[in-house]
Ligand binder design. Structure first.
Ligand code: C5P
Length: 224
């Protein structure tokens, strides 16, 4: 891992979950801890990049020399990412909620005592931040996505690479215990446009982040 690997580059990373309000006290979210994205931001800064980290609600300290922008919703996260352009590299590690409530109720929703069976919440699609930036007029030269899957991990990941117009996808199998969501370790497989999977065995998210950043830097700085 070389320290000057990304000097002069602007690296944009998003991380953590998004939180979509149902009413003033309730929301839809997920278990993303943001650890992998924060580790990537730290590694990119160590590699000499200027790093912008757009973070959903997480409980993590900001890595040294990283500019952090805190957001709550997917719509806010997209706006903050677009505002941070231009960037040489975009890493979409955030677990963006695919749907949000069609509206946030102005007051706390009350139980409907006239109905025993349940209630219906109307959801609408959120923007796909990664697909938006990867097809943007100011597209970062290298766009990286994450694929957390429970079955046919490599199949879905390769499909996502093509569908979202990505340069690299980091696939992790969230069905394996002890890695992935919220844990300190991870094990991933990198898939680029050659569709040749490169497995990175289980390690701390810090160590994996350095390996991923080194691998990406090779593509940004092709050997002469
Ligand atoms: O399609 P799927 O959600 O599995 O793709 C995961 C990748 O897409 C991740 O890199 C995630 O950050 C990104 N994504 C996004 N906006 C969404 C959904 C996913 O940027 N609304």
């Amino acid at each position: 891992f070389e320290l000057g690997l990304l000097s002069g580059r602007h690296v944009l990373i998003n991380a953590g979950p998004t939180r979509e309000a149902i009413d003033p006290v309730r929301y839809i979210s997920n278990h993303s801890s943001g650890k992998m994205g924060f580790a990537l931001a730290e590694a990119a800064a160590e590699a000499g990049a200027r790093v912008t980290l757009v973070a959903g609600p997480v409980n993590l300290p900001t890595p040294p020399r990283v500019q952090r922008i805190d957001v709550t919703t997917a719509v806010e996260m997209l706006a903050a990412c677009e505002q941070a352009l231009p960037a040489d590299l975009f890493i979409a590690s955030a677990a963006v909620a695919d749907y949000r409530p069609a509206q946030c109720a102005p007051g706390k929703l009350k139980k409907d005592t006239t109905r025993e069976d349940g209630m219906t919440l109307h959801l609408v699609r959120n923007p796909d931040i990664l697909a938006t930036l990867a097809t943007h007029a100011r597209r970062p030269a290298y766009c990286v996505g994450f694929a957390a899957e429970t079955d046919d991990v490599l199949g879905y990941a390769s499909d996502k690479l093509t569908r979202k117009n990505l340069d690299l996808i980091v696939a992790n199998d969230i069905s394996q215990a002890g890695i992935g969501f919220n844990s300190d370790d991870n094990a991933v497989t990198l898939i680029d446009r050659s569709l040749t999977p490169q497995p990175l065995p289980q390690a701390s998210k810090q160590k994996l982040a350095r390996q991923i950043i080194a691998r990406i830097a090779q593509h940004l700085n092709p050997p002469a």
